[in-house]
Design a protein around this ligand. Structure first.
Ligand code: ASP
Length: 338
């Protein structure tokens, strides 16, 4: 149902679009409504999903604090869990698919709306840097599977075995039942504890006021070979619009894709919702779509608005995110619907 406020807003956009249609091509393109500032934090700022986002933020901060740009910062941040073999959710040491292959999904997006992505990439630790190379060196947005590997090798990335002893051991144990059942909040479990989700989503706002975002993961543990989640899909696992803000997601990627999650969060912020409201309202679409299913899975969104305001929300208790800015460094527990 469109309420009165929404109706007036839509009417205004429609009239503006109609007017724009009557003007010459050289006229300025009509902008959507900018988000209303609510709380302005000091720039720069960086936020990342889960407790392990704290270490990623530290790496990103070393760039942001020196007036570096948000794109470099989020890439540097994402590389930290990627190269950590004890993090069984991202990059090296990530949990494999059901056939024992560690397959990585990652994407990156900058303030100009440029983006790059890799899906089902094997043997390369820094999937996020391959995604950036796709963005900067090709006319494409996304490369997948063998093609992504071929591109990475041609661009100087080293081929490595990403399956660590611990992840192999757990996978062999899993094979005894071979029952695929995503575990809520598995991302935040202690490494080696036989449970792990995946995914770091990281968003930064630099001193120039530009946003950047990155998302990288080994995907759902024991997924079907070839399965691609939300994390490498621009608009699902990550979306950045410098006019509004950025958003990223973690949890069951299939559900995030169904609601075009991160793009939905950004569009809700564009309509004047706070980052926290936007994250909650996106999740409510999943709840309305299939309430019984939504109760059984975890999805979390994290958003950073262009004025530095931060918000997050999850379906279930247990989703955390890490924040770092001039006067603040902490891990925060997100609110949740159930
Ligand atoms: N979103 C990731 C995927 O579906 C998994 C996760 O965040 O745990 O691949």
């Amino acid at each position: 149902m469109v309420d009165r406020r929404e109706f007036l807003r839509l009417s205004a956009i429609t009239s503006a679009a109609a007017l724009a249609g009557c003007t010459s091509a050289s006229d300025k393109v009509q902008q959507d409504e900018p988000a209303l500032p609510v709380r302005v934090l000091n720039k720069p700022v960086v936020v990342s999903t889960w407790d392990f986002g704290k270490a990623a933020n530290t790496a990103a901060w070393s760039i942001l604090a020196g007036n570096g740009n948000a794109l470099d910062a989020v890439e540097a941040g994402a590389r930290v869990p990627e190269e950590d073999p004890t993090n069984q959710s991202v990059g090296l040491g990530g949990r494999p698919d059901r056939d024992g292959h560690v397959t990585l999904d990652a994407c990156i997006m900058d303030a100009k709306g440029r983006c790059g992505s890799v899906a089902a990439l094997e043997h390369i630790v820094h999937a996020i840097s391959v995604a950036r190379a796709v963005m900067e060196k090709t006319p494409h947005v996304m490369l997948a599977g063998d093609g992504a590997l071929q591109f990475a090798l041609a661009n100087g990335f080293q081929k490595e075995d990403l399956l660590t002893g611990q992840s192999r051991k757990e996978w062999e144990e899993w094979l005894k039942t071979a029952h695929y059942a995503p575990v809520v909040n598995i991302e935040n479990q202690t490494p080696g504890n036989s449970k792990d989700h995946d995914t770091i989503g990281i968003l930064a706002l630099d001193t120039a006021g530009d946003l950047g975002g990155a998302c990288t993961t080994s995907g759902m543990a024991y997924k079907l070979h070839g399965r691609v989640g939300d994390s490498p899909i621009i608009g699902a696992g990550l979306f950045v619009d410098n006019e509004v803000g950025g958003a990223t997601s973690t949890g069951v990627g299939e559900e995030v894709i169904r609601i075009a999650g991160s793009h939905t969060v950004v569009e809700l912020m564009r309509q004047g919702r706070t980052p926290e409201e936007a994250c909650r309202m996106a999740l409510e679409r999943s709840v309305r779509r299939d309430p019984a299913y939504a109760k059984t899975i975890q999805v979390g969104f994290l958003a950073l608005r262009r004025d530095g305001a931060i918000g997050a929300y999850a379906l279930q208790k247990g989703f955390t995110y890490a924040v770092k800015t001039g006067g603040r460094e902490e891990v925060v527990a997100a609110k949740h619907i159930f």
